[in-house]
Design a protein around this ligand. Structure first.
Ligand SMILES: Cc1ncc(COP(=O)(O)O)c(C=O)c1O
Length: 434
């Protein structure tokens, strides 16, 4: 089919997520390594790994081979059955999590994994209320959408889905404060809400879509202590930050804590086949030992996904990917700091491993965001289009450009991509107050 034919059918028959029906999609022809190519043959460096999921790029042969081999045995069996790839992958995940983690429940992606965590948290504690942060995204199904803090929750907030409470992120660039102050405020909120009513606190340990907000040291340790003090479960949503994105298997491991539930998706298969799930601690696994887990999905533990997942984790291990991310992250950090020093439109740059964001401002001194919070605007889409024209593909929310390059990117590829970013930021510089 020609690009025009593809686009005509796309416009007529596909509703794209988070976009109006009338939309102009980019027709993609193929992917190779860290690049993808549109129908005209133009090359894009995938500086966001699509939606921060295609973390190993498009050409990892052992993952493709594992999927093909599984397809030759069987593509799917019902979740009640056992098979090699599912057993192996669950064991690998529990080992990667370490500590007292004990069991895995598989879903099809991140939203339903958060639904599973929500179900478990409420059932295990017998409590209803859920605390999560304003600048967070946990999914778009009814439960995960209500746990989410960013404006995407508004469409889902429903008077029937009550008990979802929000607290402030340790967003030091905008709100200042110390870890202790944020924790004291949260403890006060917990007491006002009734500690014995709260089932769980859900956090992205390093916030992803909403601008890569990295907590100050002591924050997650304090949050763990606080939740333990009140018998509240701590759920770490590692859907975006997990599997080496920050240089560790899971981002909470930077702060030496252990949550009760880990929510994962994306990097577990790097997008080769959709997969998500939860890894639960011994106490939760034991709770269900003789009780039914009242939750299920036809495609829980899909065979092709488990085969892709087992091969992906093996690839991370064989190629020392997490250690390489830490090393490559130093270059990413240096390049980002250079951009910040050079461009008045850059208010802040935040990075950990290969997880990063550039926060754009109208005025560096007042920190006025380049676009107002939660409002539709043309400025950020134009910036992403300018980047895309230069072969730099990424996305972001609010006034942030998220940069989450493939974990296998080379120093030269990273420098080449940053030349495009530099050009676009120079254009934006002319539109800000400096
Ligand atoms: C932290 C986090 N949690 C959950 C989700 C939802 O995952 P999915 O889109 O696979 O349902 C996302 C998606 O971007 C995410 O970033």
């Amino acid at each position: 089919m020609t690009n025009e034919e593809i686009l005509a059918l796309d416009r007529q028959y596909n509703q794209h997520p988070w976009l109006p029906g009338e939309t102009n999609a980019l027709p993609i022809a193929r992917g190779e390594g860290i690049y993808f190519y549109d129908g005209s043959g133009k090359r894009y460096t995938d500086m966001s790994c699509q939606l921060s999921c295609s973390n190993l790029g498009f050409s990892i042969e052992p993952i493709k081979d594992a999927i093909k081999a599984q397809l030759d045995r069987f593509a799917y069996v019902a979740p009640a059955h056992a098979f090699e790839a599912k057993s192996v992958l669950a064991q690998k995940l529990v080992q990667l999590a370490g500590g007292s983690f004990a069991k895995v429940f598989f879903t099809c992606g991140g939203s339903d994994a958060n639904e599973a965590a929500l179900n478990m948290a409420r059932t295990v504690t017998g409590r209803q209320k859920i605390l999560s942060r304003y600048r967070s995204y946990h999914g778009s199904t009814l439960g995960s959408g209500n746990i989410s803090g960013d404006p995407r929750r508004f469409a889902l907030e429903n008077p029937a889905a009550n008990g979802f409470l929000k607290f402030y992120d340790p967003y030091i660039y905008r709100r200042g404060g110390t870890a202790e102050e944020y924790l004291a405020q949260l403890e006060e909120q917990i007491l006002y809400e009734g500690a014995s009513e709260i089932a769980a606190v859900f956090v992205e340990p390093v916030t992803g879509a909403n601008g890569v907000i990295i907590p100050p040291d002591g924050y997650l340790q304090g949050l763990r202590a606080l939740t333990k003090k009140y018998g509240i479960l701590l759920v770490c949503d590692e859907v975006m930050a997990g599997f080496g994105r920050t240089g560790k298997a899971f981002s909470f491991q930077h702060w030496g804590i252990e949550p009760d539930i880990i929510v994962f998706a994306k990097g577990v298969t790097c997008g080769y086949v959709p997969l998500g799930g939860v890894i639960v601690c011994r106490q939760i696994a034991d709770h269900y030992q003789n009780r039914v887990f009242q939750f299920g999905l036809t495609y829980s533990g899909h065979a092709l996904a488990c085969a892709a997942g087992a091969a992906t984790l093996q690839y991370y291990e064989d190629h020392h990917i997490f250690a390489r991310v830490t090393e490559r992250g130093k270059l990413l950090g240096a390049l980002l700091e250079e951009q910040k020093a050079k461009h008045p439109c850059v208010g802040d740059v935040r990075y950990l491993g290969l997880f990063s964001a550039v926060e754009l401002v109208k005025n560096r001194r007042t920190k006025e965001p380049l676009v107002p919070y939660g409002q539709p605007n043309q400025t950020m889409p134009r910036i992403f289009a300018l980047l895309r024209e230069r072969g730099f593909s990424t996305y972001g929310r609010e006034n942030n450009i998220n940069i989450t390059p493939p974990l296998i990117i080379t120093p030269q590829q990273l420098r080449e991509a940053f030349a495009a970013l530099d050009e676009v930021l120079s254009i934006i510089d002319k539109e800000v107050e400096g």
